[in-house]
Write a protein that binds this ligand. Structure first.
Ligand code: GGG
Length: 361
């Protein structure tokens, strides 16, 4: 039976529209494998909207999104708008409103892609990083006192709840249990952050007790960044707070070759509301409009969306197309040492998917 899905598309800023276009092209090419069809509901929110309306999206934008099966996001950010406005005016409220407590960001060294680290074998780096996504350092709790005076004060509070720690750590353990290496690393700074991150450590130990088959390690963030460079192959599943997860996933993306390959999913595990899928990278104003942005992170994020929607054959076809394109020296954008455009890369991926789907292009 054909299944149809209504996807909210927020292309956003900078290279967002360029890469999102290719993600949609890949999904359309793969949809037939699961007898699925898609309606793409496009919302012109972001900094252009901000310049005309003084806000990043209409007041009721979260209600608008609630009716969709998933959200596909490109990028947010503009050099003329402070980043806290773009993030807090669009992206972070979506994660909180729809309780997208799991931010899953895989990092994999694809065959055919070179790590900046010496002698790393294809496939040898393979991490699944679970970033807490609705509280922690991004909770947006605090305020300013005496703003615009010389003695102004800013308070920024991190929020760590037992419930919030438990659900991200539990999700990470559940993933580790499905993977051959069965390892998990928890990253905090609980020697200095003696309340919230100590609570995190306690919850980590409690959840670990339910998974005796999984090897665990707990690292402080300063040690973790060293080990991500020194021994990235040793990490399997990693779980970290909102801020640390954000930073670690940029580092991991570069270790496996490019920000242009880093996909991400913001997931509500209860499936009550829509989950959101976006490349890890931002709007990249330095290359916007040049047609050279790498669309593979957006395409792989769309594959994560398909997996979440239980369209596993379509998701696998996209992942295989990306893997084979990279392994076989197919067209690639300049960040990966190639000369292909965003569109040429997207077309090459769609052609590979079409072969898998038995459709002629
Ligand atoms: N691809 C989405 C995007 O533009 N992200 C920019 C960003 O700064 N995100 C911060 C975050 O993921 O928390």
């Amino acid at each position: 039976m054909a299944r149809s899905f209504d996807i909210a598309v927020i292309e956003g800023d900078g290279i967002g529209p360029e890469v999102t276009r290719e993600a949609i092209r890949a999904v359309e090419a793969a949809a037939g494998l699961d007898a699925a069809s898609f309606q793409w509901s496009s919302y012109p929110w972001g900094t252009d909207f901000y310049f005309s309306h003084g806000r990043m999206a209409p007041e009721d934008y979260l209600d608008t999104l609630a009716g969709h099966d998933a959200i596909l996001l490109g990028a947010v950010g503009h050099p003329d708008v402070q980043d806290h406005i773009t993030l807090n005016g669009l992206l972070l409220p979506i994660r909180r409103r729809f309780d997208q407590c799991v931010c899953l960001r895989p990092s994999y060294l694809f065959p055919g892609v070179e790590s900046p680290l010496r002698d790393k074998a294809p496939g040898s780096i393979d991490m699944q990083i679970f970033r807490e996504n609705t509280e922690g350092e991004y909770a947006n709790v605090g305020g300013r006192l005496y703003a615009e005076r010389t003695h102004d004060v800013a308070v920024q509070t991190s929020i760590f709840t037992r419930h919030g720690c438990r659900r991200i750590i539990q999700a990470a353990f559940e993933k580790a249990a499905t993977r051959p290496r069965k390892r998990i690393a928890s990253i905090t700074k609980s020697n200095a952050q003696g309340y919230g991150m100590v609570l995190w450590d306690e919850v980590f130990d409690e959840v670990a007790a339910g998974f005796p088959e999984i090897d665990t390690e707990s690292l402080l963030i300063d040690r973790a960044v060293m080990e991500f460079v020194r021994r990235p192959e040793s990490f399997d599943v990693v779980v970290a707070s909102n801020l640390f997860g954000d930073i670690l996933t940029d580092l991991a993306a570069i270790v496996v070759g490019s920000m242009g390959l880093a996909a991400s999913a913001n997931i509500d595990p209860t499936r009550t509301g829509p989950s959101m899928f976006e490349p890890v990278h931002g709007s990249a104003p330095d290359i916007t409009g040049q047609g050279i942005a790498n669309p593979l992170a957006a395409i792989l994020s769309a594959a994560m969306m398909l997996d979440h929607l239980q369209l596993h054959a379509a998701a696998a076809a996209i992942e295989h197309a990306v893997k084979s394109l990279l392994a076989e020296g197919g067209p690639r954008t300049p960040d990966l040492g190639g000369e292909a455009t965003t569109e040429q890369t997207g077309e090459a991926i769609a052609a590979r998917i079409a072969i898998a789907a038995g459709v002629s292009t």
